[in-house]
Write a protein that binds this ligand. Structure first.
Ligand code: DGT
Ligand code: MG
Length: 371
């Protein structure tokens, strides 16, 4: 039985930026398993294994049907012996013994729990694990541990933030942010980005890009937005990072580093009278709001297209765009610019379409970037 389009395997590119991947995933049973293996490899700093499973996950997400047998994988890129062994296990027993082993591993469970707190990264989680802690109660009871501002907010609003948001809630937030921004700069451009721009139904946060038609006028905008949100009584947490952007610097092809635009990471109150917000919590506290995570990024208009392409994701799509640019085109791409190493020039762009064209890539729409 052929379950994957017969002609597609041979033509499928190894680069996610040459595939169209919607939010419909026919191979969730495999990709969910791989995501555990990816996280486990991340915790153990096994970069190679991590990358191998991320690429395999991305290929499976792009398929137009479910994989029913190993024969279906013939000719597909990025699927090595390791990934095939896990898939074989799942095809035969409905689950992977390797994944089951990780899920019941004490260290994996602790790191997974600790890194689910906003502001807690792998290193901090590892430190707490080494101290012998396995629960939040144990961490919070240790007076020698000093939490930073972000982690304090992370614990305070843990249940709310963990829940994330749906599309309707993201739309309400869009209206709030737009209204607030427009009282400061009436012609400012507010663009929803991240997972919701890719058509996802749920997200862990809502991401926006703010810019102004007049070059440079976006400077100072975020500070004003933060003040207005505070005045509205909906600002629960903010981390405002100033721009460290240098127009003369060449793009960095490394993905993991944050970009240099002015940005802020926020926790806002989403009121339930605005939308049917689910405010139920474990502690059953009576309140009419829920805490949600919002990111705002403010690039100058000259760099808007690069910022938008970079923040729309998915992360794997971004990684492969950069890898494709470097290996196939001798170009350096990041959230700020595209540099042609052969011609020794930066290629400017007003739209995402122009960036794809510079790279000699077919345009891939945001909802097809769920790689
Ligand atoms: P989610 O989890 O539903 O919010 O999903 P996304 O795709 O919205 O993920 P998010 O909000 O973490 O990030 C949105 C995009 O922004 C992501 O696809 C790539 C970009 N981005 C976020 N963090 C970083 C980073 O540390 N470095 C770089 N280069 N890009 C990032
Ligand atoms: Mg997001």
């Amino acid at each position: 039985e052929v379950c994957v389009e017969p002609s597609s395997p041979q033509r499928l590119s190894q680069y996610a930026c040459q595939r169209r991947t919607t939010t419909i995933n026919h191979n969730k049973i495999f990709t969910d398993a791989f995501e555990v293996l990816i996280e486990h490899a991340e915790f153990n700093e096994n970069e190679g294994r991590c990358l191998a499973f991320m690429r395999a996950t991305s290929v499976l997400k792009s398929l137009s049907g479910a994989v029913r047998c190993l024969w279906d994988l013939e000719g597909l890129p990025c699927l090595g012996d390791q990934t095939k062994a896990v898939m074989e296990d799942i095809l035969e027993c409905g689950k992977s013994s390797k994944v089951q082993e990780i899920l019941s591993d004490d260290k994996y469970q602790a790191l997974k729990l600790f890194t689910s707190v906003f502001g807690v990264g792998r290193k901090t989680a590892e430190k707490w694990y080494r101290k012998g802690y396995r629960t939040f109660e144990e961490v919070l009871a240790d007076s020698s541990i000093s939490l930073n501002k972000m982690q304090k907010a992370g614990f305070l609003y843990y249940n709310d933030i963990l829940k994330g948001l749906n599309r309707a809630e993201a739309d309400v937030l869009s209206q709030i942010i737009e209204k607030t921004v427009h009282t400061i700069v009436p012609d400012a451009i507010v663009t929803l980005t991240g997972g919701f721009r890719r058509g996802k139904e749920y997200g862990h946060d809502v991401d926006f890009i703010l810019t102004t038609p007049e070059q440079g006028k976006q400077e100072g905008l975020l500070g004003c937005v933060i003040n207005k949100l505070r005045y509205q009584g909906i600002l629960l947490y903010h981390d405002h990072q100033q721009s460290t952007f240098d127009f003369k610097k060449l793009p960095s092809w490394k993905f993991e580093a944050m970009d240099h635009y002015e940005k802020c990471f926020l926790v806002l109150k989403l009121k339930s009278d605005l939308v049917e917000v689910d405010t139920r919590r474990d502690d059953a506290a009576e309140r009419d709001w829920r805490a949600v995570r919002v990111d705002l990024v403010a690039p100058p208009i000259s760099h808007f297209a690069f910022a938008l392409l970079g923040w729309t994701g998915s992360r794997q799509f971004e990684r492969d765009l950069r890898r494709f640019a470097r290996h196939e085109r001798k170009m350096l791409l990041d959230n700020h610019a595209l540099y042609d190493k052969t011609k020794k020039v930066c290629l400017s762009a007003k739209t995402e379409e122009e960036i794809f064209a510079h790279l000699g890539l077919e345009y891939i729409a945001p909802w097809e970037r769920n790689a």
